[in-house]
Design a protein around this ligand. Structure first.
Ligand code: NDP
Length: 448
């Protein structure tokens, strides 16, 4: 008999936590997971999944328009926000149930309460009950941060975007990263007037410059406005329910919704880290080693709360590696090189490996290949939007260092191509592959 109530107590049933809990239990561990909100976490409940549904929903406006050149006409095409919103929310319910069932089927005990660490092996639940575990895994994720200015509480974060009562006519979005650009595309597609306001003069810092420029050009052409080097002074509520937004000392601009998308921070408040002496870094992220172990031997952490790479598939890998290491006697670490990523803007961006700038700095001698083309479907639909693919190659070895794409279905295409980049293939290997015609992806094997 163990002297603890559980072998593993997981705090947070998001992507990393559920994977770690389920797999550890499948290896025979006695596992409980505490979740204060819903099983599934940010990605499933208020992130990647419902966001992608909104992207699909919003893209129909272009598809309906483009259909005209393909012989289709639609009478009185209309969009109903509440219908899309409610269908998304019911799909989130379905996924929440599916995740719950999976955990239960693996004999993981789900405790729908907030949990606080009170010692290296001890956790206190919001009901007041205290439980013990040989190991504690913290997988509580991250939470949106709002800059501090008067009226910032009147602004929404991405968390609330999926519950809006009605489609806003005017939206102001603070930030120039993933969430800002994805929601700018969503609301623009649905017919709202969108302004993106960023503190710097770039969008999507970290992505290849040519792709960022291309997205900016296309977004401007679609009617999305951008204000750069601009910060919020204050937001005031109007009598009509809207908001007056003051920026850079100028007169108020009106909006129905203000979305703040200026990054997410590890959600460590009230977690009781100090009770066990768990160390965090200057950003509030829990410090861990390559096995996700904190400075306290019995406490581990995975996912966004560790701020290694804030992406769902990375948290899942970390959760899996933790379970393999701790309960299957199979020590595993996560390889953080060549992680593909995508921005579900319209069109989407997808990327793996080094940008041109990074490759020049690190390798000096590189070759850059690019293909700037109009997808066949866009050309036929009279849509001017052009795609851009870029391959960055180390000049001497011909090894591919990075692959960057903006255009329809870029994330779908890049996921497969990322395998080749991760495997260290050369451009010659791509050249040796016969094109699949006609497709957009064939551009990858036709770079000159
Ligand atoms: P990002 O980190 O992508 O972008 C933050 C933006 O806000 C940047 O433009 C940054 O400016 C600006 N900013 C940062 N701090 C401040 C501040 N104090 N005041 C004003 N502006 C500020 O954050 P998001 O909120 O868009 O997304 C959060 C995270 O969620 C992402 O990092 C990503 O990991 C994840 N995510 C991933 C998605 C995907 O994989 N498709 C989709 C959505 C989210 P600057 O230009 O100076 O950098």
């Amino acid at each position: 008999m163990s002297k603890y109530d559980y072998d593993l107590f997981v705090i947070g049933a998001g992507s990393g936590g559920t994977r770690a809990a389920r797999v550890s239990a499948s290896y025979g561990a006695k596992v409980a997971v505490a979740e204060e909100y819903r099983v599934g976490g940010t990605c499933v409940i208020r992130g990647c999944v419902p966001k992608k549904m909104l992207v699909y929903g919003s893209h129909f406006s272009e598809d309906l328009e483009d259909g005209k050149n393909f012989g289709w006409t639609w009478e009185n095409a209309k969009f109903d926000w509440t219908k899309l919103r409610d269908h998304i929310l019911s799909d989130v319910d379905r996924l929440n149930n599916a995740y719950t069932e999976t955990l239960k089927n693996h004999d993981v005990e789900i405790i729908l309460e907030r949990a606080e660490i009170v010692g290296p092996h001890e956790v206190k639940l919001s009901s007041g009950k205290t439980v013990t575990a040989k190991y504690i895994l913290i997988a509580v994720g991250a939470w949106p941060v709002k800059p501090d200015f008067p009226g910032s509480e009147l602004a929404q974060t991405s968390n609330e975007m999926f519950h809006l009562e009605k489609l806003p006519k005017k939206v102001i979005i603070a930030g120039g990263g993933y969430i800002a650009n994805e929601f700018a595309g969503i609301f623009n597609g649905l017919g709202s007037e969108v302004t993106v306001v960023n503190r710097s003069d770039v969008i999507l810092r970290g992505y290849d410059e040519s792709l960022r420029d291309r997205l900016l050009q296309i977004s401007l052409a679609k009617g999305i406005s951008y204000k750069f080097n601009c910060t919020f002074d204050k937001i005031e509520q109007r009598d009509d329910g809207g908001f007056d937004v003051y920026m850079d000392g100028k007169d108020a601009v009106q909006a129905d919704v203000v979305l703040i998308a200026t990054g997410r921070s590890p959600k460590i408040q009230g977690l009781g880290l100090e009770n066990a002496g768990v160390e965090t870094n200057e950003k509030g992220a829990i410090k861990v080693d390559e096995y996700s172990q904190t400075n306290v031997d019995s406490i581990y952490a995975v996912g966004d709360v560790t701020d290694r790479v804030q992406l769902t598939p990375v948290a899942i890998r970390e959760g899996q590696a933790f379970a393999d290491t701790m309960f299957n006697n199979d020590p595993k670490t996560v390889d953080y090189r060549c992680i593909p990523s995508a921005v579900f803007s319209q069109p989407p961006i997808a990327s793996v490996g080094l940008t041109e700038g990074e490759a020049r700095t690190q390798y000096g001698n590189i070759k850059v290949y690019s293909s700037d083309f109009r997808a066949m479907r866009n050309a036929f639909a009279d849509r001017p939007e052009r795609s851009l693919y870029k391959m960055i190659v180390e000049a001497t070895s011909d090894k591919i260092l990075g692959l960057h794409m903006i255009g329809p279905d870029a994330p779908e295409i890049l996921q497969a191509a990322a395998i080749a980049v991760k495997a260290g293939l050369t451009k010659q290997a791509f050249d040796d592959t016969v094109a699949l015609h006609p497709s957009m992806a064939e551009e990858l094997v036709l770079f000159k």
